[in-house]
Design a protein around this ligand. Sequence first.
Ligand SMILES: Nc1ncnc2c1ncn2[C@@H]1O[C@H](COP(=O)(O)OP(=O)(O)OP(=O)(O)O)[C@@H](O)[C@H]1O
Ligand SMILES: [Mg+2]
Length: 492
Amino acid sequence: MSRPARILVVEDDRVVARDLRQQLGHLGYQVVGVTARGEDAAALARSTSAELALTDIRLEGAMDGIDAAQEIRLACDIPVVFLTAYADDETLRRARLTEPFGYLLKPFEDSQLRTAIEMALYKHANDRKLRESERRYAATLASIGDAVITTDEAGCIRYLNPVAERLIHCRADAALGRPLAELYRVSDEETGPWAQAPGAGLMLHGPGREPVPIEQSVSPLIDERGKVTGSVLVFRDLSHRRTVEKELRDAQAELARVSGLTTMGELAASIAHEINQPLAAIVTNASAGLNWLRRPQPELAEVEQLLGWILADGSRAAGVIKSLQALARKSGPELARLDMAATIHEVAQLMRPDIQRHGVRLQLGPFAAQSHVLGDRIQIQQVLVNLLRNGIEAIRDSTGGSGADSSRLLVVSTAPGEAGEVAICVTDSGDGVAEAHRERLFDAFFTTKPHGMGMGLAICRSIVEAHQGRLWATPVAPRGLRLAFALPAAPG
Ligand SMILES: Nc1ncnc2c1ncn2[C@@H]1O[C@H](COP(=O)(O)OP(=O)(O)OP(=O)(O)O)[C@@H](O)[C@H]1O
Ligand SMILES: [Mg+2]
């Protein structure tokens, strides 16, 4: 058997008190104190660590057993069993208010005494467990971030946690017992009518307040017999999430606007960049033509040839503008079967004046046996023009190595690329590119040249990617840089 329960006896009849002490001893309980005065009972219960009090209702002093029981409960929360020989209705009503754990009518048998004590101890232990578990639930519900409300079956509030108090702007003491509908209503954000359905897209309306967007779940409370005794409503305030979502949308819109601007800015820059070369050629050829015409004997054959070139450069400039506009619209290149070896020769021809001016030795080839690709002729020419121009400029600006075999050499070649591709390589013997700049080479407006726009490689990348191709740079030993791009090979 477990340790004997510690019992306090509050009884003013000395004989009864003595008998009771004996009786309890027989039954295996430990009497830890006996007092005849209600006034002393609570202090004694505490000092003796009593676990139960047996209290006569009628006591001699100013304080009767009922008042004493109340003090004992307040002082040490132990069960009280009343002893009485007789009690009028009023006394019993008062006794009931102190939540007694049992009554024993004098005289009583051992078995009745034991039953009353055991029942009281058992019930008290159970009550304590229940209170603890309720406290635990209340603490849990108070600490969670969601609003929780429980109602009875009539929809009146039985409990609400602090988050719910804040959400419906009503303190628990004012809300308890009131029907939900008096405090707030929920509407569907889209369809409007009052709704109690679970889900998101709901608005919570309270008197005199802005509606709050919420997400709600509702579950029935069901007792052990399967009867619905109320419901649990859990809400989440979505205001913060909505604000964040809106900020995100605004930021995205702003980003789209800015990148739209960038595209416009890049288009303008690209046109300016690409049109320079044919314009310069037109101006040079036109002034040369004028010179031939102004001679005493005008050289009409020369003028005719120059006008032919002006025409060709003018049409090329128009073509470049058209293809850059198409690129900016992302309308996709006009693909045709293109022989890269031939295209490289055409571009080399265009670049000849620059090549000669800077003393660059140009080597065309080797070329892959199959170097046909699918591409937009003007656009692929532009890529080559830009890569060749960069190569020429790298050689022009190179700081050393003159005289060596590899010096001032620019090689344009093709090779079979990865599955189904043709790779085109432009390799120069310039100073190469600093490690720190390698990442930014292809960014629009990135340049290390005093008069550069930084658009060449950005345009190349846009064009190559629009062709489903790739563009990359590799350092070359002992000096120089290779810019290469791969395009899908033309079938057959
Ligand atoms: N062949 C190369 N060798 C060394 N550096 C290169 C080479 N090609 C490009 N670069 C580096 O990459 C940068 C960007 O090249 P990109 O062609 O985009 O612009 P840019 O040549 O500076 O100006 P532009 O708009 O007139 O072409 C260059 O400024 C240079 O620093
Ligand atoms: Mg360039």
